[in-house]
Design a protein around this ligand. Structure first.
Ligand SMILES: [Zn+2]
Length: 303
Protein backbone atom coordinates (compact mmCIF):
# COMPACT_ATOMS: atom_id res chain seq x y z
CA UNK A 1 0.00 0.00 0.00
CA UNK A 2 2.70 2.39 1.06
CA UNK A 3 4.95 1.60 -1.83
CA UNK A 4 2.08 2.04 -4.30
CA UNK A 5 1.28 5.37 -2.77
CA UNK A 6 4.85 6.53 -3.05
CA UNK A 7 5.10 5.23 -6.59
CA UNK A 8 2.03 7.26 -7.53
CA UNK A 9 3.38 10.28 -5.73
CA UNK A 10 6.74 9.90 -7.46
CA UNK A 11 5.09 9.79 -10.87
CA UNK A 12 2.91 12.78 -10.16
CA UNK A 13 5.80 14.86 -8.96
CA UNK A 14 8.65 13.79 -11.21
CA UNK A 15 7.23 12.30 -14.37
CA UNK A 16 5.85 15.51 -15.86
CA UNK A 17 9.27 17.08 -15.37
CA UNK A 18 10.95 14.19 -17.13
CA UNK A 19 8.47 14.09 -19.99
CA UNK A 20 8.03 17.78 -20.47
CA UNK A 21 11.46 19.10 -19.60
CA UNK A 22 12.21 21.95 -21.95
CA UNK A 23 15.81 22.91 -21.57
CA UNK A 24 18.10 24.75 -23.93
CA UNK A 25 21.64 26.09 -23.87
CA UNK A 26 22.73 29.15 -25.84
CA UNK A 27 25.78 29.01 -28.09
CA UNK A 28 27.24 31.65 -30.39
CA UNK A 29 29.33 30.78 -33.43
CA UNK A 30 31.95 32.75 -35.35
CA UNK A 31 33.17 34.84 -32.40
CA UNK A 32 34.70 37.37 -32.44
CA UNK A 33 32.76 38.62 -35.46
CA UNK A 34 33.99 41.86 -36.96
CA UNK A 35 32.34 45.26 -36.64
CA UNK A 36 28.76 45.41 -37.91
CA UNK A 37 26.86 48.36 -39.34
CA UNK A 38 25.05 48.78 -36.03
CA UNK A 39 27.66 47.89 -33.38
CA UNK A 40 31.42 47.64 -33.32
CA UNK A 41 32.59 44.19 -32.31
CA UNK A 42 33.62 45.47 -28.88
CA UNK A 43 30.31 47.22 -28.26
CA UNK A 44 28.47 44.05 -29.31
CA UNK A 45 30.46 41.95 -26.83
CA UNK A 46 29.74 44.43 -24.04
CA UNK A 47 26.01 44.33 -24.77
CA UNK A 48 25.89 40.52 -24.93
CA UNK A 49 27.73 40.22 -21.61
CA UNK A 50 25.53 42.80 -19.92
CA UNK A 51 22.33 41.13 -21.08
CA UNK A 52 23.51 37.65 -20.05
CA UNK A 53 24.29 38.99 -16.60
CA UNK A 54 21.05 40.96 -16.27
CA UNK A 55 19.01 37.96 -17.33
CA UNK A 56 20.87 35.58 -15.05
CA UNK A 57 22.41 33.31 -17.67
CA UNK A 58 25.75 32.41 -16.06
CA UNK A 59 27.14 30.32 -18.90
CA UNK A 60 26.89 30.29 -22.68
CA UNK A 61 29.50 29.11 -25.20
CA UNK A 62 31.31 31.11 -27.85
CA UNK A 63 32.75 29.07 -30.71
CA UNK A 64 35.71 31.04 -31.99
CA UNK A 65 37.67 31.34 -35.21
CA UNK A 66 41.21 32.07 -34.11
CA UNK A 67 42.15 33.94 -37.31
CA UNK A 68 39.96 36.79 -36.03
CA UNK A 69 42.13 37.36 -32.99
CA UNK A 70 43.53 40.80 -33.50
CA UNK A 71 44.02 42.79 -30.26
CA UNK A 72 40.36 43.70 -29.89
CA UNK A 73 39.20 40.22 -30.90
CA UNK A 74 41.40 38.65 -28.26
CA UNK A 75 40.20 41.14 -25.66
CA UNK A 76 36.58 40.28 -26.46
CA UNK A 77 37.13 36.53 -26.06
CA UNK A 78 38.96 37.18 -22.79
CA UNK A 79 36.00 39.26 -21.59
CA UNK A 80 33.68 36.31 -22.32
CA UNK A 81 35.97 33.78 -20.65
CA UNK A 82 36.54 35.92 -17.57
CA UNK A 83 32.78 36.38 -17.19
CA UNK A 84 32.41 32.59 -16.85
CA UNK A 85 31.46 31.72 -20.41
CA UNK A 86 33.05 29.02 -22.50
CA UNK A 87 35.45 29.63 -25.36
CA UNK A 88 35.69 26.75 -27.79
CA UNK A 89 37.08 25.75 -31.16
CA UNK A 90 35.33 26.58 -34.46
CA UNK A 91 38.55 26.17 -36.54
CA UNK A 92 41.14 28.80 -37.31
CA UNK A 93 39.69 30.04 -40.62
CA UNK A 94 36.20 28.51 -41.00
CA UNK A 95 36.99 26.35 -44.06
CA UNK A 96 34.76 24.01 -46.06
CA UNK A 97 36.07 20.45 -45.62
CA UNK A 98 35.45 19.58 -49.26
CA UNK A 99 37.32 22.65 -50.47
CA UNK A 100 40.49 22.33 -48.38
CA UNK A 101 40.58 18.56 -47.89
CA UNK A 102 40.61 16.55 -44.67
CA UNK A 103 44.30 17.01 -43.80
CA UNK A 104 44.19 20.79 -44.08
CA UNK A 105 40.89 20.87 -42.20
CA UNK A 106 42.40 18.94 -39.28
CA UNK A 107 45.45 21.25 -39.34
CA UNK A 108 43.07 24.22 -39.12
CA UNK A 109 41.45 22.70 -36.01
CA UNK A 110 44.90 22.17 -34.44
CA UNK A 111 45.97 25.71 -35.19
CA UNK A 112 42.86 27.06 -33.48
CA UNK A 113 43.47 24.71 -30.56
CA UNK A 114 46.98 26.10 -30.02
CA UNK A 115 45.81 29.71 -30.09
CA UNK A 116 42.56 29.38 -28.15
CA UNK A 117 43.85 27.14 -25.36
CA UNK A 118 45.60 30.17 -23.87
CA UNK A 119 42.28 31.88 -23.22
CA UNK A 120 40.24 31.79 -20.01
CA UNK A 121 37.20 29.55 -20.22
CA UNK A 122 38.67 27.41 -23.01
CA UNK A 123 37.24 23.91 -23.48
CA UNK A 124 38.15 21.21 -25.95
CA UNK A 125 34.79 21.43 -27.65
CA UNK A 126 34.60 21.52 -31.43
CA UNK A 127 31.80 23.04 -33.49
CA UNK A 128 31.90 22.18 -37.20
CA UNK A 129 31.73 25.21 -39.54
CA UNK A 130 28.46 25.09 -41.51
CA UNK A 131 27.58 22.10 -39.27
CA UNK A 132 29.26 20.11 -42.02
CA UNK A 133 30.94 16.98 -40.65
CA UNK A 134 32.14 15.66 -44.03
CA UNK A 135 30.38 14.64 -47.21
CA UNK A 136 31.70 11.08 -47.32
CA UNK A 137 32.29 8.45 -44.66
CA UNK A 138 36.06 8.45 -45.05
CA UNK A 139 36.36 12.21 -44.42
CA UNK A 140 33.83 12.11 -41.61
CA UNK A 141 35.56 9.24 -39.82
CA UNK A 142 39.09 10.64 -40.20
CA UNK A 143 37.97 13.94 -38.67
CA UNK A 144 36.09 12.17 -35.88
CA UNK A 145 39.20 10.18 -35.10
CA UNK A 146 41.43 13.26 -35.09
CA UNK A 147 39.07 15.09 -32.73
CA UNK A 148 38.91 12.13 -30.40
CA UNK A 149 42.74 11.84 -30.36
CA UNK A 150 42.98 15.53 -29.48
CA UNK A 151 40.56 15.01 -26.58
CA UNK A 152 37.74 16.97 -28.16
CA UNK A 153 34.00 16.44 -28.03
CA UNK A 154 31.83 17.27 -31.02
CA UNK A 155 29.94 20.27 -29.66
CA UNK A 156 26.86 19.63 -31.74
CA UNK A 157 23.75 21.76 -31.95
CA UNK A 158 20.25 20.35 -31.73
CA UNK A 159 18.47 23.46 -33.04
CA UNK A 160 19.65 24.86 -36.35
CA UNK A 161 18.16 28.01 -37.85
CA UNK A 162 18.95 30.84 -40.24
CA UNK A 163 19.74 33.65 -37.78
CA UNK A 164 22.86 34.27 -39.92
CA UNK A 165 20.72 35.05 -42.93
CA UNK A 166 18.42 37.37 -40.98
CA UNK A 167 21.61 39.15 -39.90
CA UNK A 168 22.86 39.49 -43.46
CA UNK A 169 19.51 41.00 -44.58
CA UNK A 170 19.64 43.37 -41.59
CA UNK A 171 23.23 44.44 -42.33
CA UNK A 172 22.34 45.05 -45.99
CA UNK A 173 19.38 47.22 -44.95
CA UNK A 174 21.61 49.25 -42.61
CA UNK A 175 24.17 49.69 -45.37
CA UNK A 176 21.50 50.95 -47.76
CA UNK A 177 20.15 53.31 -45.09
CA UNK A 178 16.73 51.74 -45.26
CA UNK A 179 14.11 52.49 -42.66
CA UNK A 180 14.01 49.55 -40.26
CA UNK A 181 10.94 48.50 -38.33
CA UNK A 182 12.79 47.31 -35.22
CA UNK A 183 9.67 46.06 -33.39
CA UNK A 184 8.76 43.86 -36.33
CA UNK A 185 12.36 42.74 -36.78
CA UNK A 186 12.44 41.64 -33.15
CA UNK A 187 9.18 39.77 -33.55
CA UNK A 188 10.37 37.93 -36.68
CA UNK A 189 13.80 37.14 -35.22
CA UNK A 190 12.24 35.56 -32.14
CA UNK A 191 9.55 33.84 -34.19
CA UNK A 192 12.17 32.31 -36.50
CA UNK A 193 14.17 30.93 -33.60
CA UNK A 194 11.08 29.79 -31.70
CA UNK A 195 9.73 27.89 -34.72
CA UNK A 196 13.11 26.24 -35.13
CA UNK A 197 13.15 25.17 -31.49
CA UNK A 198 9.68 23.66 -31.76
CA UNK A 199 10.57 21.94 -35.03
CA UNK A 200 13.68 20.21 -33.66
CA UNK A 201 12.06 19.57 -30.28
CA UNK A 202 9.36 17.50 -31.99
CA UNK A 203 11.99 15.55 -33.92
CA UNK A 204 13.90 14.98 -30.69
CA UNK A 205 10.85 13.71 -28.79
CA UNK A 206 10.10 11.24 -31.59
CA UNK A 207 13.65 10.06 -32.11
CA UNK A 208 14.63 9.74 -28.44
CA UNK A 209 11.27 9.18 -26.72
CA UNK A 210 12.27 11.93 -24.34
CA UNK A 211 13.17 15.59 -24.57
CA UNK A 212 16.87 16.12 -25.26
CA UNK A 213 18.81 18.83 -23.52
CA UNK A 214 18.90 21.25 -26.42
CA UNK A 215 21.73 23.32 -27.81
CA UNK A 216 20.65 26.41 -29.75
CA UNK A 217 22.85 27.69 -32.56
CA UNK A 218 23.13 31.45 -32.69
CA UNK A 219 25.82 33.66 -34.15
CA UNK A 220 27.71 36.40 -32.35
CA UNK A 221 26.07 39.10 -34.45
CA UNK A 222 24.27 42.44 -34.08
CA UNK A 223 20.81 40.83 -34.03
CA UNK A 224 21.83 38.65 -31.10
CA UNK A 225 23.09 41.72 -29.25
CA UNK A 226 19.88 43.60 -30.05
CA UNK A 227 17.40 40.91 -29.03
CA UNK A 228 19.09 38.42 -26.71
CA UNK A 229 17.22 39.75 -23.67
CA UNK A 230 13.87 39.51 -25.47
CA UNK A 231 14.69 36.01 -26.67
CA UNK A 232 15.57 34.83 -23.17
CA UNK A 233 12.38 36.34 -21.70
CA UNK A 234 10.30 34.84 -24.48
CA UNK A 235 11.70 31.33 -24.00
CA UNK A 236 11.23 31.47 -20.24
CA UNK A 237 7.68 32.71 -20.81
CA UNK A 238 7.04 29.59 -22.90
CA UNK A 239 8.21 27.43 -20.00
CA UNK A 240 11.75 26.75 -21.19
CA UNK A 241 14.81 26.82 -18.93
CA UNK A 242 18.08 28.24 -20.14
CA UNK A 243 20.71 25.70 -19.12
CA UNK A 244 24.49 25.88 -19.39
CA UNK A 245 26.20 24.26 -22.37
CA UNK A 246 28.03 22.01 -19.88
CA UNK A 247 24.67 20.73 -18.68
CA UNK A 248 23.44 20.32 -22.27
CA UNK A 249 26.48 18.20 -23.19
CA UNK A 250 25.78 15.91 -20.24
CA UNK A 251 22.91 14.52 -22.33
CA UNK A 252 23.66 10.91 -23.41
CA UNK A 253 23.38 11.93 -27.08
CA UNK A 254 26.83 13.49 -26.67
CA UNK A 255 28.20 9.95 -27.11
CA UNK A 256 25.90 9.06 -29.97
CA UNK A 257 27.76 9.79 -33.21
CA UNK A 258 25.12 8.95 -35.82
CA UNK A 259 26.27 6.69 -38.63
CA UNK A 260 24.83 8.88 -41.37
CA UNK A 261 26.01 11.60 -43.73
CA UNK A 262 23.46 14.08 -42.48
CA UNK A 263 24.97 17.53 -42.29
CA UNK A 264 23.68 21.00 -41.51
CA UNK A 265 20.76 20.16 -39.23
CA UNK A 266 22.36 19.09 -35.98
CA UNK A 267 22.45 16.05 -33.73
CA UNK A 268 18.79 15.11 -33.13
CA UNK A 269 17.99 15.42 -36.84
CA UNK A 270 20.97 13.17 -37.62
CA UNK A 271 19.77 10.61 -35.06
CA UNK A 272 16.30 10.71 -36.63
CA UNK A 273 17.87 10.26 -40.08
CA UNK A 274 19.77 7.25 -38.74
CA UNK A 275 16.40 5.81 -37.70
CA UNK A 276 15.22 6.08 -41.30
CA UNK A 277 13.26 9.34 -41.22
CA UNK A 278 13.45 10.92 -44.66
CA UNK A 279 15.65 13.97 -45.00
CA UNK A 280 12.83 16.14 -46.40
CA UNK A 281 10.98 15.70 -43.09
CA UNK A 282 14.01 16.95 -41.17
CA UNK A 283 14.41 20.32 -42.89
CA UNK A 284 12.10 23.19 -42.07
CA UNK A 285 10.77 25.63 -44.64
CA UNK A 286 12.32 28.71 -43.03
CA UNK A 287 15.88 27.39 -43.38
CA UNK A 288 15.94 28.85 -46.87
CA UNK A 289 17.26 32.16 -48.15
CA UNK A 290 14.56 32.87 -50.72
CA UNK A 291 11.81 31.99 -48.25
CA UNK A 292 13.17 34.54 -45.77
CA UNK A 293 13.73 37.22 -48.44
CA UNK A 294 10.12 36.87 -49.59
CA UNK A 295 8.75 36.78 -46.06
CA UNK A 296 10.65 39.89 -44.97
CA UNK A 297 9.68 41.75 -48.10
CA UNK A 298 6.01 40.82 -47.67
CA UNK A 299 6.13 42.03 -44.06
CA UNK A 300 7.95 45.24 -45.07
CA UNK A 301 10.55 45.02 -42.33
CA UNK A 302 12.98 47.19 -44.29
CA UNK A 303 11.75 50.07 -46.49
ZN1 LIG B 1 30.48 29.27 -38.26
Amino acid sequence: MHSQFFYLLFNLVFLPNLVFAQEIALTFDDAPRSDGNLYTGLKRSEILLKKLEQYDVPQVAFFANSNKLDDVGELRLKMYGQAGHIIANHTHSHPHIHEVGVEAFIEDIKKADQILQELPGFRKWFRFPFLNEGRDEDSRDRIREALSKMGYINAYVTVDNYDWYLESMFQQALKEHKKINYELLKELYIQHIWESIQFYHKIGLKALNRPPKHVLLLHENDLAALYLDDLISFLRGEGWSIISPEEAYSDPIVDHLPDVLMNNQGRVAAIAREQGIEKRNLVQMSEDEQYLEDYFSKKKVFR
